[in-house]
Design a protein around this ligand. Structure first.
Ligand code: TRH
Length: 380
């Protein structure tokens, strides 16, 4: 057992806290470490963990000590392993305390997820620091030589048991105010603002098979509202248009978001964490990648499509790629949707195969633990 400090600066949205909160819980529960999670915006944390306090300096949830990251930073003894998430800047006083301490400490920069080729070459490299501190880059990833993906040890067993149990799914959906229509496909929609939404909704409304679209509160609601031509949407609202039934949900707790993904036939997700959780759901997905300056996100999107589609029939791979490109370009969903449906059975099978393939690799918390143990033995 070691003490770990994880630092999370909430830049925007929920990905930074989503990833670090998940990692902190897993390191505590599965590796038995004493984990402190330092968060500079508790409001974002409370959205994922609604039982938590918005202003407590220190609180304990799921075996993790959650600390408010305030300025000036409190005088604390640094942990043996320090994780800065997504290159956030550690407090100067904390770095100073690490530097003057006689105890060796492992400092890791947990980087963003990318399927690009260069990632494996950079994973685990040292990042030289003044004062002799030992800092390394740690890259999550989909291939050998990277740090893997966040996945709790029992996740897939829990997911499969849930998906095999129609009554539990029904009860869960009912707790969100959703009554599933027998013939309807269920789609969850979590996305940034997207001009392509109107075209997709037109296609769903005209589709011979009914669709039940579940939309948790978030940025996409404004586009939905414009398409519906209605007053501001709030959780619980329902609208029907042709063969499309739209249901606005509250923003649910993080564990319930998993269950929502497990219930749906297709999940539209965004960012980094929901993207991975949709893959563990074993169902087809649609990724709205976080847009970056100068279009850098397109390379990431194409890199992922290339590895995800490697074992798919060419027609299905092309239909999926065009669907994802249309969504991220914000146009062309009317044509991309029927093409995707033509490839549907292949995509369904593939989603489960991909999940198995990824689950055969070490998860991120396990690779972090291994990295730490190697570092310890190297130091001994
Ligand atoms: O919210 P995101 O877009 O977050 C991030 C940040 O923007 C970050 O700066 C950026 O670099 C990164 O994306 C790529 O998307 P993400 O990562 O999917 O995080 C959303 C979290 O919110 C995830 O943990 C799931 C959770 N969630 C819920 O708990 N309940 C909900 O109802 C929904 C819709 C999501």
């Amino acid at each position: 057992m070691a003490r770990w400090d994880i630092f999370c600066s909430v830049v925007d949205n929920y990905g930074d806290i989503g990833v670090t909160w998940r990692l902190a819980r897993q390191l505590a529960a599965e590796q038995g470490h004493a984990v402190r999670l330092w968060v500079d915006e508790l409001g974002a944390f409370v959205r994922l963990c609604p039982e938590a306090s918005l202003d407590a300096q220190c609180q304990h949830w799921s075996g993790v000590e959650v600390r408010q990251w305030v300025e000036p930073f409190p005088a604390v003894e640094p942990a043996q392993v320090v994780v800065e998430a997504f290159a956030c800047q550690l407090p100067a006083s904390y770095i100073e305390a690490m530097t003057v301490s006689s105890t060796r400490r492992l400092w890791l920069n947990l980087e963003y997820l990318s399927a690009e080729d260069w990632v494996a070459g950079f994973h685990g490299l040292p990042s030289p620091q003044p004062g002799g501190l030992q800092k390394f880059f740690f890259f999550p990833g989909f291939v050998e030589g990277t740090g893997g993906l966040l996945r709790e040890a029992d996740l897939l067993a829990r997911r499969r048991a849930f998906q095999a149990d129609a009554q539990t799914q029904q009860a869960f959906l009912q707790s969100l105010g959703v009554v599933r229509e027998p013939e309807a496909r269920l789609i969850s929609l979590f996305a940034y603002e997207n001009a392509g939404l109107a075209g997709w909704l037109d296609a769903l409304a005209a589709d011979p098979q009914p669709t039940h679209l579940l939309v948790p509160q978030g940025k996409i609601l404004a586009d939905l509202q414009t398409w519906l031509g209605e007053a501001p949407l709030t959780p619980g609202d329902n609208s029907r248009c042709g063969n499309l039934l739209i249901h606005v949900l509250p923003f649910v707790a993080q564990d319930d978001y998993d269950r929502l993904l497990w219930c749906c036939d297709l999940n539209a997700v965004r960012g980094e964490d929901s993207f991975i959780r949709a893959q563990w759901a074993g169902r087809p997905l649609l990724w709205h990648i976080y847009p970056q300056e100068e279009g850098a996100h397109w390379d990431k999107l194409e890199a992922f499509l290339a590895i995800y589609s490697a074992d798919l029939m060419p027609e299905a791979a092309a239909a999926q790629a065009e669907f994802w490109r249309a969504w991220n370009a914000g146009e062309g969903m009317e044509a991309a949707w029927p093409a995707l449906l033509a490839a549907w059975p292949a995509l369904q099978r593939h989603a489960e195969q991909w999940c198995d393939q990824q689950a055969a690799r070490s998860d991120l918390a396990t690779t972090l633990e291994q990295f730490y143990l190697n570092w310890l033995s190297y130091a001994a």
